[in-house]
Design a protein around this ligand. Sequence first.
Ligand code: SF4
Length: 313
Amino acid sequence: MTLSPATSLTPDHLTTSAQHGGASRRGPHRLASTSCERLWALRSSYGVVAKYDPPLRLQGTLIHTCLAYYYAERMRPQPSWFVERPIDVALAKDGEGHPDLIRNAVAVFEAFKQRVAGDTWQPICAEEEFEATIGEIDPEGSDTSLNSEVVTCRTDLVIEVNGELWIVDHKSTGGSYNSDRLAVWKDDGEYKMNWQIMMNLHILRTPRNVARLGGRTVRGFIIQRLKQRPPYDFDRHPVHVPALAYQATPRTARNFVAKEREILQKIERGESPTPNFGACWGRYGACDYHDLCAASSKSEQQAILDTAYKTLK
Ligand code: SF4
């Protein structure tokens, strides 16, 4: 593959735009992607991304767009992206070429608005990125050269309810196979020990982000679920984060950042990042680079790279 790597641990081309949505610059997903050096390098060093999102992911993105606008409208002051770009323009841009998915997202959104009419949630920020240094979240780590490295998270929403602040993440799902309802919520299910949730909490609880939130520390993390197809169904659940895993999370983040540095140094020496074929297929389907890695020859790989992927500037 013919690619040019970025030579910084925090490449500028990953900086998010001022509008809603988009990946966090150095968020939990990027850090965890170091489990496959090739995956991390393609996304975070070479800036290679798929030209088109899979429909299921795009559907989720469009529903997130609707919710971001719903909550931003209720904030004072309203975010600049809300003021500058109306929701129909945002949906048309995000869902370009998929009017069916836009219609479905709007249908979910209309049902959601009816369900939450009279809601006591007061949105504090929507689709905002927060950052902290490794030294702030893990002050006892031995490799102090990593202390100034910045990690980030982009929260879907921070709300105030009953005098407390909570981080909220929207999860849109297809629902349960045997039922018209969302799958039964389990406190000890997939969100109990969740890397994204634990990192979000650590970053927002640093002193500078407590100050940014008016001197208040977030109480916890809520998952707000939405069913993507009729009959629509919605619910909300606070997550009970396990104490020991939560305490160990900052050290894991430090180790991920160390791994990022190791991969980057490897690239700078002219070596190829090592693929991890044990990580190609996960719970949410194939890795974004599955087709590239599954090519039968270098020429086929180059052809796939040229047609199905683009490079972020
Ligand atoms: S397909 Fe597998 S080997 Fe290739 S980048 Fe993804 S996880 Fe790594």
